[in-house]
Ligand binder design. Sequence first.
Ligand code: HEM
Length: 357
Amino acid sequence: MTSSRPPLSIVAAIAAAPVLLLAGFAWAGGWIGPPRIGGATIVDALERSGGRYAGYRRAHAKGICITGRFDASGAATGLSRARLLARGSYPVIGRLSTGGGDPFATDGRNVFHAMALQLTGPDREIWRMAMDHTPIFPVATPEAFVALQRASRPVPATGKPDPAAMKAYLARHPETKAYQDYIAAAPLPDSFANGTYYSINAFRLIDRAGASHAVRWAFEPEAAPGALDKAKFAELPTDHLFTDIGARLAKGPLRWRMTVTVAAPGDATNDATILWPANRQRVEAGTLTITAAQPEENGACRDITFDPTILPDGVALSDDPLLPARSAAYSSSFRRRALETPGPSAVGKTLAAKEER
Ligand code: HEM
């Protein structure tokens, strides 16, 4: 006699389906699995360490808008099918900034100097980048980023971070030392014009055949090098870098060469604290020309988040865990500042006063 009942395995599979579906929803909602760090947690930590200034970006708060163009050489088309890398000239809106949450901070600080760019290609395809003047970053993961912000939080008694908290952080995160050594020893550019700006995070370029190439890129200045005297920060005018860039642009455009560095097998693409060896293949992808700067309050960059995950076809994310965390944090910072009314920035006041004279 044959049974009309379905086999046990089919019954089990049917019973498991809704459980798996629920588990899938729970994972996607962040209720199960390792805790994920969201944009709000990151931005809360930034506000507590760097201050909360209504209307301003929660990191790199002090900045100025810039405009110009990117002339692609076409030399990177073997690596990427991105139309913005095909020979041609494309408009650019960008922002120059210094690190930290205080839009009125003095430029006499050993902090990130930064350049953010939005390249607009054919059919309004967009490529956004936010780059710092150091080739490596202090942390490799969003968890370490939040831990570092918490350890850097000033304590009310001294207005400085608690040395014990920083010591405990560094004991858990020895990877931060490479960045600390770099920023302590490396010259700090005396102008935005002579800084090199690095993608730091790895990305992937996708060629016409669909093959993927791990890369990092940098914008290298045409302007002659120069360094701030770190021992004389107190003597530097508060807005030195911003008045300097205005004065240089009044004399003519400023240029940077975009160089793309291709990883060799085994180079870490998921760890922004590690530099790749210097002998890697490099391609000159084009030239950035900046022709004008505007105070942020009425400049074209004001309402742009330079989220580095906004990429054109032919450029893709790597497995670097900082990239999705950056996207979440930049949009959380934007949502907060967009609901607030900013006052004029220190930089805006300085530039306006210069124009009146
Ligand atoms: C987990 C790591 C990081 C977090 C959480 C983070 C967070 C942030 C936030 C919240 C902002 C303000 C965004 C806005 O309101 O528009 C910002 C701005 C910026 N970040 Fe990051 N960042 C991270 C890593 C990096 C790295 C690796 C770089 C350099 C390659 C970088 C470069 C910049 C620059 C240049 C800006 C200013 C952009 C602008 O001018 O609008 N950040 N960051």
